[in-house]
Design a protein around this ligand. Structure first.
Ligand code: NAD
Length: 359
């Protein structure tokens, strides 16, 4: 069977790592038909917008995309393409596996956990009001009628919506992911002792849904601050973590740091019918065209894509090839060498060649 996949090469180092992933995916022997689309700077030049409707439409129709990082122009009136993509396609679950690989310098060995982050609500919903704007002033006056808590007239406001429906679908996604990937435990992370209604609703929803998985997947819930400390001290106690948007964002970087940084952190944004696979890192424009960045995060995002397509054997083979190259530590990029100026470091293309040679 041939899989149709939307391919978005992105900005900065994007094309280099996107092609690295595409070459590895093709080399697995699985048949792909690539649908090339643009977003980011190339799309601004051609269509005057970083996220053209035809790219969105192609992803909707094909259902699966691999996307390289995209630069968010600062101060030009464009919002993040990545946030827009998640919103417009309702990609409500952000999956970020964090695994220690032999050969990758990391703070903690033996880590193997997955962050499942809610992508659509919380303080990230974009409902914000600037200090002293007419909206903020009106809201402050309104809120003063509802609460006795002190609230300054010149406060800026960000709204934190958490709904039962969005909490339900993300918690369910975490449990279903755990079942499909033979994971043993789901930990729901929150701050319900302080935010009783928003995080409280998230926590209660998680506790309620967990009962349907009793005997198949263990469940616990923990406070976000305590979880940060435990992740640093005892990360191997964690398996699948499910979190509202903001905590998910922060903890996924913390966990990427635990296992060796952005160069090895893959990800996916998934909805009910659509999935977009992408590395956690950004477009690192200063390295553009230098053939020196690490392709691992993007290639491991390709492994996730293979799993999503049901190509388990090819996914395992590609991950083993990545593992072998990392373990040998020879044909790897500068960031995986003991020092950043190590003359034996290879380029993005050469590391990709080495991975393909192990397939
Ligand atoms: P970044 O991840 O692009 O780079 C930060 C640093 O991390 C780099 O300078 C580099 O030292 C290192 N790094 C990143 N990827 C690497 C790799 N593959 N190999 C080796 N080292 C790597 O973050 P930034 O500088 O904050 O953002 C640059 C641009 O990327 C911004 O416009 C931002 O909006 C965008 N961005 C896009 C995405 C996305 O498309 N999903 C995600 C994050 C940032």
């Amino acid at each position: 069977m041939t899989h149709r996949i939307v391919f978005i090469p992105g900005d900065g180092i994007g094309p280099e790592v996107a092609w690295a992933a595409r070459r590895c995916l093709d080399a697995t022997g699985v048949a792909f038909s690539w649908v090339e689309c643009i977003a980011g700077e190339a799309a601004i030049a051609k269509h005057g917008t970083p996220l053209p409707e035809e790219t969105l439409q192609a992803i909707r129709e094909v259902g699966v995309a691999i996307k390289a990082p995209i630069t968010t122009p600062i101060g030009k009136g464009f919002r993040s393409v990545n946030v827009a993509l998640r919103k417009q396609l309702d990609l409500y679950a952000c999956l970020r596996p964090c695994r220690s690989y032999e050969g990758v310098p990391s703070a903690r060995p033996g880590v193997d956990l997955v962050i499942v982050r809610e992508n659509t609500e919380d303080l990230y919903a974009g409902i914000e009001f600037a200090a002293q704007s007419s909206e903020a002033s009106a809201l402050v006056q309104q809120l003063k009628r509802f609460t006795k808590e002190p609230l300054r007239d010149d406060a800026a406001l960000s709204i934190k919506p958490i709904s039962a429906a969005a909490s339900e679908r993300i918690v369910k996604a975490a449990f279903e992911y755990a079942l499909a990937h033979h994971r043993k435990k789901v930990t729901a992370v929150h701050k319900a002792n302080i935010m009783k209604y928003t995080d409280g609703l998230f926590m209660e929803t998680a506790r309620r849904l967990a009962t349907a998985y009793e005997g198949r997947v263990a469940f616990e819930d923990r406070l976000v601050d305590a979880t940060c400390m435990q992740l640093v001290l005892r990360p191997r106690e964690f398996d699948v973590l499910v979190l509202p948007n903001l905590y998910g964002d922060i903890l996924s970087d913390l966990c990427a740091g635990l296992v060796g940084g952005l160069g090895v952190a893959p990800g996916a944004n998934v909805g009910d019918r659509i999935a977009v696979f992408e590395a956690v890192h950004g477009s690192a424009p200063k390295y553009q065209g230098m053939n020196n960045v690490n392709p691992t995060a993007m290639i491991l995002s390709g492994v996730m894509l293979l799993e999503y397509l049901g190509e388990r054997e090819a996914a395992e083979r590609l991950e083993m090839a990545v593992r072998a190259v990392l373990r040998e530590g020879k044909a790897v990029t500068y960031d995986l060498k003991p020092t950043r100026d190590d003359p034996t470091a290879v380029g993005t293309r050469e590391m990709t060649d080495a991975i393909i040679a192990h397939l």
